[in-house]
Design a protein around this ligand. Structure first.
Ligand SMILES: Nc1ncnc2c1ncn2[C@@H]1O[C@H](COP(=O)(O)OP(=O)(O)O)[C@@H](O)[C@H]1O
Ligand SMILES: [Mg+2]
Length: 176
């Protein structure tokens, strides 16, 4: 209950543009390390391995609201663990796209059907109510994630193959 209320508060503020992003330059790789550290036990319990993409630049610097991007990454990684298959993995990768860094969170899990994909960023939308409820989310996570990325003037996309896995990609402003 408390988490639903605070999630709804966050969405209301993000929608009204009331929440200003606190932009700073930070090391994105270190932030992913922090997220992985915090989710390690959850991942172990679900027999999911958290890993970094190949040849990732450990010195990837971005300009963004560090706390809120931490929230974005945590939400995506937690979903990837919850909706991932046992024995599978969650991979976070970065791609240098000149002006922006493309961040990808990929899982090997149940996936999302083509018909559901357009709706998953809606508040309270959950694909499989019974299964999702077991995992105890509020259905607000992705709505918050999308709002935060858009408040940065950036974009988020999703691709999925049902039965194989899902990949979320978003952009962040590159810093030097
Ligand atoms: N990585 C994923 N793989 C499969 N389905 C997902 C994934 N992430 C999100 N979903 C689907 O999108 C719905 C909305 O996600 P979210 O807003 O985080 O809500 P919650 O996790 O609280 O249910 C989930 O209920 C789930 O059905
Ligand atoms: Mg969630």
């Amino acid at each position: 209950m408390i988490s639903i209320i605070s999630d709804l508060e966050a969405i209301a503020k993000l929608e009204s543009g009331e929440l200003e992003m606190q932009m700073e330059k930070f090391n994105l790789y270190n932030l992913v390390e922090d997220v992985f550290d915090l989710q390690e036990v959850r991942a172990k319990n679900r027999k999911v391995v958290l890993r970094y993409g190949k040849s990732m630049d450990k010195n990837t610097l971005v300009n963004a609201d560090k706390q809120r991007i931490f929230q974005v990454l945590s939400n995506l990684v937690v979903n990837a663990i919850h909706y991932g298959f046992e024995g599978g993995h969650v991979t976070v990768s970065f791609y240098d796209m000149d002006k922006v860094i493309l961040v990808q969170v990929r899982d090997t899990g149940v996936g999302i059907s083509q018909s559901e994909l357009p709706r998953i960023f809606e508040r309270f939308y959950r694909v499989d109510k019974s299964r999702s409820r077991e995992q105890g989310g509020t259905g607000l996570g992705l709505a918050i994630v999308k709002h935060i990325i858009e408040a940065h003037g950036q974009t988020i996309n999703v691709n999925s193959s049902p039965g194989k896995g899902t990949s979320f990609t978003f952009t962040l402003e590159k810093a030097k």
